[in-house]
Design a protein around this ligand. Structure first.
Ligand code: AMP
Length: 618
């Protein structure tokens, strides 16, 4: 952080503004920064601890509390206490329908396609606003602890987050008054915290195993030339340390022959048992027997029994590792490092089973609760330009492009391009006097847009009326480092402009990406043939349109013979357009071209030559 420099004009001390790294977690969140010794350090706001529970409580007078104080209300005021909001970020009701009972607060289901809202009292909140409140608290704590304003941050998200979820995270940061410089994948941050990937020359493949309180994921990353590519992810968004606690509680219920129905009704006792179970679980990090009482209930457990209780759950995570490895098309020997993330990786059995599976010792030297935030701080430091030799990049897995005439895909940013990246191309209209232009954005490798995935569609309106082929429309794609795509269309002659940012509501899984790539290979030959036919047809139709318009406007300049002959040529072009193949169409186009060129030249009507050149959008 903070290099201190002196302003020579005023003699005052200036601190360079620091950029913090934020781990915005499902259960807990935390902030880290780079200290004067150039080490990543988590922020511990005096007396409040490092971890801030990701919980927001709304009091009766509209007062808002966040963190540990809000957590206190989970039992007594559940409707007004929002936890696990990360599970709702960037999601529609349809996405979360299957686990709606998980939430004790009201998730609104009025419009299943749009993003969810949460009702608290008579007010509605979006998950973005709620996450914004958590980030605001983190910002305030960082400012309090560091005694300096904090306005810029790097925020981490799971590798499997889609564009919509990433954008929502970014928006939450904005609401909290933070300029979010980058959204970084959690496994990428974790590997940075271990210094993996900091040397641009090194090529490594790593597995990041993240087992938290309520979620589990494993990612296989390939790091090459400073690029972190996510090869595969797998996991279970409802598997974690809470399941270990539940298994212990079940065991104690059985041993003490407690009545389960009574316990369900007795919230306070249930909660006490749960907390005691968590205490026992943590104790096994340094002792092998736990023996305590709650009233006259014996809470006794030894480590061996504990391990038997949790074995099926841990085994589930190992199966997910197997699946991730299979999807990455790698073998265990190709994994160079294994990084452990999340509080539950402190459990000895977890470490042992993961190490056994990957056949190598795991990295557990860094505190698993802090490792992601520390890595985010390192990323922030890189962005601040303090580590000049390093540039962290990701690549885009699928091509991005727009629809051109005939339903063809025109790629603007090819797949595997390093991000951030910017690319553009110029287009024109296909009809005289066309004042609107539809711009449809697609993702995928196929030549026909109908086989690809639509990301957005908008209209550039207010193009001044000009002959076909005259307007010059620049379409630029800007793919930022978080994988969010900004599309800008501008008509250069008039300056009419339109901009959209793509926030697809639904994400795309790695499996789908893979399927799309496979399909593009299988259908490559058909696609090329079809593209050529469509291109020929589009060109032919364009030719018919232009020549007919030409005759309509300028027919009087032609002799009767020329007119009749032109009509014959057009009629035979139309005939092949209806059922001819590509070569027949191209041959007829050439003939029409040959015959009509002298007229066009004669009249110096540029509309023809313009319209025949370049690509046009409907
Ligand atoms: P996280 O979501 O990454 O903050 O992880 C929280 C989970 O880690 C909770 O289920 C905790 O009970 C668990 N945890 C914290 N400390 C330990 C420990 N020493 N041994 C086992 N689990 C732990």
């Amino acid at each position: 952080m903070a290099k201190v420099s002196i302003n020579l004009a005023t003699g005052s001390i200036q601190k360079e503004e620091l950029i913090v790294g934020i781990d915005l977690g499902t259960t807990n969140s935390l902030v880290a920064f780079i200290n004067q010794d150039k080490d990543a350090q988590v922020i511990n706001d005096t007396g409040k601890g490092v971890l801030v529970p990701s919980i927001v409580h709304f009091g009766p007078t509209g007062d808002v509390t966040v963190g540990n104080e809000a957590k206190e209300f989970l039992i007594n005021d559940p409707q007004n206490t929002i936890f696990s909001v990360k599970r709702l970020l960037g999601r529609s009701y349809k996405d979360i329908e299957n686990y709606k009972d998980f939430f004790s607060y009201k998730v609104i289901d009025d419009d299943s396609e749009s993003l969810v809202k949460i009702k608290v009292g008579d007010k509605f909140y979006t998950p973005i606003e709620l996450s914004g409140l958590i980030l605001k608290e983190l910002k305030a704590r960082a400012e309090h602890a560091l005694k300096t304003p904090v306005n810029r941050a790097v925020i981490t998200v799971p590798a499997y987050f889609n564009d919509s979820q990433r954008q929502a995270t970014r928006d939450a940061g904005k609401l909290a008054g933070l300029d979010v410089l980058r959204i970084v994948n959690e496994p990428t941050a974790a590997s940075l915290a271990y210094g993996i990937g900091l040397n641009p020359e090194e090529t490594k493949t790593i597995a990041v195993y993240d087992l938290g309180g309520g979620t589990f994921d494993v990612s296989i990353l390939q790091i090459q030339n400073g690029i972190f590519e996510v090869l595969s992810t797998n996991g279970d968004t409802f598997l974690g340390g809470d399941d270990f606690d539940r298994a212990i509680v079940e065991y104690w219920i059985e041993k003490n022959q407690l009545n389960k129905a009574e316990l369900v009704a007795n919230h306070e006792l249930a909660q006490k048992l749960r907390l005691k179970a968590e205490e026992a679980k943590k104790a096994f990090s340094h002792q092998s027997l736990f023996n305590e009482k709650i009233g006259d209930i014996w809470c006794t457990l030894d480590r061996n029994t504990f391990e038997q209780l949790i074995l099926p759950k841990v085994q589930q995570t190992i199966t997910a590792c197997e699946n991730a490895l299979r999807d990455s098309k790698l073998t265990i020997n190709q994994i160079d490092e294994v990084v452990m993330v999340g509080g539950s990786t402190r459990t000895a059995l977890v470490k042992k089973m993961v190490a056994d599976f990957f056949k190598r010792p795991v990295h557990d030297e860094v505190n698993p609760d802090e490792v992601v935030a520390l890595g985010a701080a390192i990323q922030a430091d890189i962005l601040a330009g303090n580590r000049k030799d390093i540039l962290l990049l990701d690549v885009t897995p699928l091509s991005l492009g727009i629809e051109t005439m005939g339903g063809l895909m025109d790629v603007i940013i090819p797949r595997n391009s390093k991000v951030p990246t910017k690319a553009g191309r110029q287009y024109t209209t296909s009809k005289d006097g066309q004042v609107n232009m539809k711009i449809a954005v697609y993702q995928g490798e196929r030549d026909l847009i109908k086989e690809n995935r639509k990301l957005a569609e908008f209209e550039l309106k207010g193009i001044p009326s000009m002959p076909a082929g005259f307007p010059k429309v620049d379409i630029n794609f800007l793919l930022n480092a978080d994988g969010i795509l900004k599309i800008q269309a501008v008509e250069l002659r008039s300056g009419v402009k339109q901009e959209v940012e793509v926030k697809p509501t639904y994400g795309i899984t790695d499996d789908q990406v893979e399927q799309m790539l496979m399909d593009s290979i299988t259908h490559a030959k058909d696609d090329v043939n079809q593209r050529m036919l469509i291109e020929a047809r589009t060109e032919g139709e364009q030719m018919v349109y232009t020549v007919e318009r030409f005759i309509q406007k300028n027919g009087s300049y032609l002799s009767a013979d020329e007119l009749a002959e032109t009509n014959n040529y057009i009629a035979s072009l139309k005939a092949v357009l209806a059922n001819g193949d590509k070569d027949a169409i191209l041959k007829k186009i050439d003939e029409v071209n040959e015959f009509t060129r002298p007229f066009a030249e004669r009249l110096m009507d540029q509309a023809i030559s313009h319209a025949m050149k370049g690509k046009s959008i409907e």
